[in-house]
Design a protein. Structure first.
Length: 238
């Protein structure tokens, strides 16, 4: 009786095991495909902080954001001034349709390359691009927001004379402790990249600062920057 029962039941047991393995394999395959799709590096863009090149380079970055749409791909941006260069990682995910929720960390600086060759990443959860997370990466204690960088209720003044120092501060960083100098440098460079790509008026302010050497007080744009609705990209004038 027991032998007969085993002969009847065993095929069903093995069938279920095989079926579960197949389902599990399919799920893993689907997850892997999705992750690859969402972690592509789009390319390297140069953002030369010279008035003759700055605005056209900002427009090129905007075009890359629009073409990328809402996939969390990384855009590498080289920031150049005189002989100094630093490399930022921007999440290029952008959703122009108000009826669809904005991607996490949309058009956001998610990290930068340090002086020791490591990728220093902001503490963003969930992190929008897993490809950067690896043995060569260090997760910082800050999330990259202005509040975490020490600017909870205002933004700094940006001077043309300090730009080379700002870039060198970022590119020369090593370790895990975010100093006030690094926080200031990151905040100012983020304004000149991310905010300038989001807001035409910020791009114009930065351009005028580069052209005339008149300091740009970013606090004059603080309320506008806080109200960014994630669907406008360089075409709002308020």
């Amino acid at each position: 009786m027991l032998k007969t029962l085993l002969l009847v039941c065993l095929p069903f047991v093995f069938s279920n095991i095989i079926e579960k393995k197949e389902i599990s394999r399919k799920k893993i395959y689907q997850i892997d495909r999705s992750d690859v799709k969402k972690t592509r590096v789009l390319g390297v863009f140069d953002l030369n902080l010279e008035p003759t090149a700055y605005s056209s380079n900002i427009q090129s970055i905007r075009d890359a954001f629009r073409e990328n749409a809402n996939i969390a791909n990384v855009l590498k941006v080289n920031i150049k001034i005189n002989e100094a260069t630093c490399l930022l990682y921007l999440n290029a995910a952008f959703e122009s349709r108000a009826c669809i929720p904005a991607p996490n960390a949309s058009l956001y600086v998610v990290g930068f390359k340090g002086g020791d060759g490591k990728d220093y990443l902001f503490n963003i959860e969930p992190f929008p691009n897993i490809e950067l997370k690896g043995l060569n990466s260090v997760t910082l204690s800050v999330d990259g927001s202005y509040r975490s960088l020490g600017y909870a209720s205002s933004l700094p003044i940006i001077n043309k004379a300090e730009l080379e120092t700002l870039v060198r501060t970022i590119s020369g960083f090593k370790g895990a402790v975010v100093s006030s100098a690094l926080s200031s440098a990151l905040t100012k460079i983020i304004i000149m990249t991310c905010e300038a790509s989001r807001f035409k008026s910020v791009e114009t302010d930065v351009y005028n600062m580069l052209r005339s050497s008149t300091p740009f007080d970013a606090s004059t744009r603080y309320d506008m920057i806080k109200r960014w609705n994630t669907t406008l990209l360089g075409d709002n004038n308020f």
